[in-house]
Design a binder for this molecule. Sequence first.
Ligand code: HEM
Length: 302
Amino acid sequence: MVEDFNQIKKDFEFTDEDVENIVKLKPIFEQYIDDFVEKFYRFVFRFPQASQFLKNEEILKYHKEKIRNWFLNLFSGKYDLDYFLKLRKIGETHVKIGLPTHYVNASINFVRRYIIEIIDREVEDRQERNRYVASIGKLLDINLDIMTIAYREQELSKYAEMTTMEKKIFAFAKKFSDVIDLFILIALVIVALSVFFLFGYDLYKLTFNLVGLEEGILSVLGSLLILWAVGELMSEEIRHLRGGRFAINIFIGIALAAIIRKLFIASLGTDSEKKAIDLLSYSAVILSLGIVFWLISKRESS
Ligand code: HEM
């Protein structure tokens, strides 16, 4: 694909006029190169996992050198096959080390904002400024497009390597999993309605003094807690249906909410021996679920 780099330029309407505009910016950005490199890494090190990739002084130094050259080359005016092959190589290296494509997208967005800010500062004429911004914008989009080809190819190659039978099973499994997700969502709506009913019933018992005031309030609070947890689970399932990752700790959250409700109710028991055993066992379950919840959240955030 990169070999057809002239077509890529045409697709982005990247013309000789754009090249002329960009080259005019070269002397400006040469003055800013140190400032750019410093701000670029200040931006990149805000990513939670940046230091896992730029993990030691040696790699960081190497990368700084590469970023410097890449940035200066943006304004070289020479966008030939060699330029495109270099961009593809950057993408391949990033894919090889498992760098999230999101980091690359966000970094390019930073570069775009940085360049616009400097153009705003250095170029007085508004029309000239707009022309420069449009031209460099096209070049940055081309850069991003080529740098992320390797990510797309990686996905496609996994699929392309499958046999016809495997592809059929893959497509069937995908459809089946979509149906299961939809079924779970419908089941969750039914569960949420039942919890609504439970909440209404608890409220009814409290209002008509069918239970003591303390027990009534704690039961209402407990069913509200479960309702909140089911709501969280539904939002998570909807996010999953839209392509997001499912957060398993929401399930643990629901179990916690249900046991806390039980604990509320058990705390009102009159038989002190049974009450002590109930409270101890519920507390032990809450502690274990809490630890599992904490461990999963810790693993997901790292
Ligand atoms: C505008 C965005 C970026 C550009 C233009 C860029 C550019 C480059 C270049 C030119 C290389 C060397 C490729 C090679 O010689 O094979 C490289 C490698 C690498 N990049 Fe980036 N990069 C970007 C974003 C990032 C980010 C955000 C990270 C990490 C948070 C990162 C981490 C790395 C690492 C770890 C390597 C491999 C270094 C090594 O070989 O030891 N890059 N990048």
